[in-house]
Design a protein around this ligand. Structure first.
Ligand code: COI
Length: 390
């Protein structure tokens, strides 16, 4: 039981963060109108969470991967060298930072991505949220931030999904993408950890990550721009890992490619990862993927696919993978929470385009069916990966 005064403090705090600013909205997906936004006074009044069963007014057949604001977000704060204690749901809306917040000036921030699916019987399932919690803790340590405990993280994700349940797509139509953020929210001027940190979880319904839908991807091997370097932050979900890939990604897209595949920054010989996903190769019964050596993100989907493939009898190796080995493979595919498992149709490297096996013969299709089956509660979860939301 939390005390009345603590509850009150949390409420006031969460409303302040959630809404301080921007004329908060009780936010439906088309929340852009000032008229719909409550006043600051309304925002500071306690609200009742209305997580009714009525589905949100969304064209579920045409979901892509773009932000669709939902109703609620979760906010929890803590001071430097303290622990996170108690967070609170608040209405989804803009948040306010000092111009000298560490996140804005020095990129002190990390994020996570998780998905909730709706089962045919209406129950909501999360996939391995504890793994996201652990990865956030590792990232927070690297970025000199306190992090929520695993229980706090999972509870916050569950609360966010439950409060926004009308935004979870119908079975088979997509999922509710959950985005936990951990930020140095307090002000600093010299380079130093922030005096205050904010953990925030928001959510958006999503469909396919790539505009290609489930069609095979066409990747461009980048050897001018690097994604990560040894000793850097490529192995954690630092916010600062993502803006630097945009230039290479935009350039590749303007040339008709789906995304970019990065090489190691020293020898430019080993495959690392794609902008938002890990990469795998298949040759006969052998599946290979770059080992997580500090420059590769240890993806939750990556690890799950490795386990599923081993269960099916494939030999799976995590090690250095040269670009030549990739080009000689029968098949290649990408994995990620947002991406799922995406078949690669071709890879272009130094003006040479190599095509790969795709379609019903591809190994990745079978792996993906099992993964999605577990995530959606269609296949028995004998691994304890799925967490049901009460
Ligand atoms: C995810 O797969 O959850 C990610 O974080 C990728 C993101 C950059 C879209």
């Amino acid at each position: 039981m939390i005390s009345r005064s603590l509850r009150m403090r949390n409420l006031v705090e969460s409303v302040r963060v959630a809404s301080s600013l921007s004329k908060l909205g009780g936010c439906r997906y088309n929340f852009t109108s000032q008229a719909a936004a409550p006043s600051l006074q309304q925002a500071c009044e306690p609200f009742t969470i209305n997580s009714d069963d009525e589905s949100a007014d969304v064209d579920w057949d045409n979901l892509g991967f773009s932000l669709m604001p939902t109703d609620y977000m979760y906010v929890m704060k803590c001071a430097r060298e303290k622990n996170f204690e108690q967070g609170q749901l608040s209405r989804y809306g803009n948040i306010e930072f000092s111009p000298s917040a560490a996140i804005l000036n020095y990129g002190q921030g990390i994020f996570e991505g998780a998905k909730a699916c709706r089962k045919a019987d209406g129950r909501l399932l999360l996939f391995r949220p504890d793994q996201n919690a652990i990865r956030m803790q590792i990232g927070a340590e690297r970025m000199c931030m306190p992090s929520p405990s695993i229980d706090q993280f999972v509870d916050a994700v569950k609360q966010t999904v439950a409060a926004n349940k009308r935004w979870v797509p119908p079975p088979g139509k997509g999922s509710l993408y959950v985005r936990p953020l951990l930020m140095g929210s307090g002000p600093v001027l010299g380079i130093a950890p922030a005096p205050e940190f904010t953990f925030l979880v928001y959510a958006s319904p999503v469909g396919n990550y790539f505009k290609e839908g489930l069609a095979p991807l066409h990747l461009y091997v980048e050897d001018e721009f690097d994604r990560a370097s040894y000793g850097g932050t490529g192995g954690i979900k630092a916010i600062s890992n993502y803006a630097p890939v945009m230039k290479a990604q935009l350039r590749a897209k303007s040339r008709g490619f789906s995304d970019v595949l990065y090489l190691d920054s020293v020898k430019k010989r080993y495959v690392e990862e794609v902008s938002a996903s890990n990469i795998f190769t298949v040759k006969g019964n052998l599946i290979a993927t770059p080992a997580t050596n500090g420059t590769i993100l240890p993806g939750v989907t990556r690890r799950s696919i490795i386990e599923i493939a081993r269960d099916l009898g494939y030999q799976v190796e995590e090690r250095l993978v040269t670009v030549d080995e990739l080009l000689d493979a029968d098949e290649a595919f990408c994995t990620g929470t947002a991406v799922g498992v995406a078949s690669v149709g071709s890879i272009t490297y130094h003006n040479t385009r190599v095509e790969f096996r795709t379609g019903s013969e591809a190994v990745c299709g079978g792996l993906y069916s099992i993964l999605v089956g577990i995530q959606r509660g269609i296949i028995d979860d004998n691994k304890g990966w799925v967490v049901e939301i009460d």
